[in-house]
Write a protein that binds this ligand. Structure first.
Ligand SMILES: [Zn+2]
Length: 203
């Protein structure tokens, strides 16, 4: 078993070590995954290794909304059936996926790639806020939905963006009902998220 803080001594320990650095994977699970792969078909292991390399080599942020994609524009931005005048602002791609799963949203997104966190030195220049302002200005956006998490930092980020947009004629709304303060969109259930979207309020 790999001991925390110790250098892995061989290939098996190295893989256990790498697995245990992933979110949600403790030492037991890291060992189980490693031992599973030791006995798995070679083709399965190679397919996994290939998929890992591909996500770093072929996936990059969408030119417009910054969610990960393999083309210049992601499938949502490229979909003509989407309402391009409606923009939903989220912190991370996983929040976008949670909103997509709710099935009630037909507009486009803008992924901030984080949230403002002064204590961690994450200021506006680290997020895609400039690109957002440009989109709102150039793309005739009708409504911006601030769907950052209902946490201290998510609320602060929403407030910061709304201040930047206060001179623009765009309507600004915020997810509300159904989402508990301090919760994260990615863990919200579908109905609560659908409710929060359809019941969004002027900000
Ligand atoms: Zn996109």
């Amino acid at each position: 078993m790999a001991i925390k803080g110790m250098e892995p001594r061989n290939a098996v320990e190295r893989l256990i070590h790498e697995f245990s650095r992933l979110p949600g994977i403790g030492p037991k699970t890291a060992e189980r995954l490693t031992h599973h792969l030791l006995t798995a078909e070679e083709s399965q292991v190679m397919a996994l290794a290939d998929a890992l390399i591909q996500i770093k080599h072929s996936v990059h942020p969408c030119r417009q909304c910054f969610q990960p994609t393999e083309s210049e524009l992601c499938s949502i931005c490229a979909d003509p059936a989407r309402d391009a005048q409606l923009l939903c602002i989220v912190e991370q791609p996983k929040d976008l996926m949670a909103i997509e799963r709710s099935g009630v949203y037909r507009g486009l997104y803008h992924v901030l790639q984080g949230r403002l966190a002064p204590l961690e030195n994450i200021g506006p220049e680290k997020l895609t806020i400039d690109a957002l302002l440009r989109r709102v200005r150039e793309q005739n956006v009708r409504e911006v939905i601030l769907a950052t998490n209902p946490t201290l930092e998510g609320d602060g980020t929403a407030l910061y963006i709304s201040n930047l947009l206060s001179e623009s004629p765009v309507k600004i709304t915020r997810l509300a009902r159904g989402l508990a303060a301090g919760s994260h969109l990615e863990f919200a259930n579908r109905d609560a998220l659908a409710d929060a979207l359809t019941g969004r309020r002027d900000y």
